[in-house]
Design a protein around this ligand. Sequence first.
Ligand code: FES
Length: 492
Amino acid sequence: MIRVTIPEGHRGLSLALWLSQAGYSAILPCGGAGRCGNCRVSLLSGKLFDRDDPEKELTPDEGGEVRACRALLPDGETVVGIPDGWDAPGAGQAPRRYVTGALDLGTTTLALRLSDESGAVFETSAANPQCVYGADVASRITATAEKGVKEVQKVLLDRLSSLLSGCTVGRLSVVGNPTMIHIFAGVSPDPIGVSPFTPSFSDRKEFPGALLGLPVGTIVLLPSVKGAGYLGSDLVAGAFAAGTLDFEEPTVYLDLGTNGELLLSTGSRNGGHLYAASCAVGPCFEGAGIGSGVGGIPGAVSRVVRREGEFVFATVDDLPPVGITGSGLIDLFALLLADGVIGRDGKLDEPFALVGRQAFADGTLSPACETPVRIEQRDVRALQTAKAAVRAGIAALLAAAWIDPDEVGTVLLAGSFGRYISPVSAAAIGLLPPGWSDEARAVGNAALEGADRWLSSDECRDGIERIAGSTIVVDLNSSPAFREAFLGGLDF
Ligand code: FES
């Protein structure tokens, strides 16, 4: 635990916000809504006030903990204890000069890769401190409208400064969705939030890092899909790095978070045309918006299978179960559908509680035990809507390109979600079309890889520029194929 003293003079400021500005951050799946509990800290001395009733003193729980997102600071000094697992200022950095760096500005997570002259590579990640403003892109746009882009930008730059403390970086390539990139650059993302959702810029930009107060010679913002408000440089760079352009047959690249981003290549034997779309998925694949959902935190149930009639589950870091994350949820739903516990129309007769044996990395199993995982009807509805949106997005892309689902030869699943989900379970709940589970493969954090490769050769730069400049944007709002597939895809 790290002891943090908050000096006097911050009355009324959110404790979560103060901590993030000071460089302390954790993954906050509920985005500060007070539901996930990931922001818990120990109150060691002083007092705090209740966000919902600022005159009322906040009462810590039995363990002396409070949720930082619900706490307001007092006039006087306060001391809190930050639990293990939070990112702290300058954590993990060694003083040092790096020649290149790549940064993936995720809505939830920041991923940084630095390379020095000898070729040594240093990677780190941290929670995006802007999560205090909400979990998704829309809440960040709202925050910039209310507080001004400079304030929301500063929260991010402070975190990056602490990640880079003690370092200098020659060139840093940066990818992210258009909203994150706009805020990083200090440009208001307001136009992305209203129809026709057009960003202020999509092209590559280069400028000195000193302009943002970062110890970087040159910052390069990679290009996004031209004119698209929700198809960012993370999709473009990720699709390139995953090899989407390399296949002869039609290939689909999927990056699922709170937003689903989809890119289809018709394959080199069909002219290599590119189509992309984004759909609002909601936060359930990231574990939020589900009663017992959590992000990919230690103790999150990440896989569920059945062995000899019993549920067997695995958790992140083998810790006791604290909730269920997106990949575990998809597995569990696939099993409950097969059992008829959830009907094909999504009806759940009574809430389900997961009882099963925990499988550990060393191959041992715990005795059967209760878990905090509960599934209720509203959780089923949230997942139905999310999977129908993704599936309909796929249908709309295929329709736009005149490609039949059976013609798709490769499905590339990006990001941490793609790394952990079972394609078989994803097809069983209808997230992927039937038959695609055999074609699916995880490609990890392809966006970061693409950002890194931008700096490595002209060939990579040309490939990324080609995707950004030639991808045809499929507007799902006006796509009859999307509407039809969404309504038809709500059932399992
Ligand atoms: S409970 Fe505080 S961020 Fe989720």
